[in-house]
Design a protein around this ligand. Sequence first.
Ligand code: HEM
Length: 89
Amino acid sequence: AETPNGAKIFNDNCAACHIGGGNILISQKTLKKEALLKYLENYERDRIQAIIHQVQNGKNAMPAFKNKLSAEEILEVAAYVLQQSEQGW
Ligand code: HEM
């Protein structure tokens, strides 16, 4: 899905920790292609569903967003993350 809202949702909710597709808390757990593919290897789900799952539920130091963002917003931001990882941020 091409999502003009994805960038805004990302900037408002994710960039504090993931600016430029990085990770200011755990430097190797970025949203860049190589790290993201490694992360996605742990999941049976397809790629977009795996990202959606983490955004909904959070993990360790990453907060959950299921009470903050709508399902549509989470889908849009997940699609944005995948697209940006493909394009090299
Ligand atoms: C990991 C997405 C917001 C902190 C991840 C991963 C994804 C992701 C896909 C897995 C990547 C990997 O392991 O290489 C997002 C999105 C966000 C968001 C789309 C906004 C909706 C945040 C925020 C923080 C944060 C605000 C900090 C307060 C972390 C941390 C990890 C992580 C610490 C590593 C978790 C672990 O495995 O221990 N994020 N994130 N994220 N994110 Fe986020």
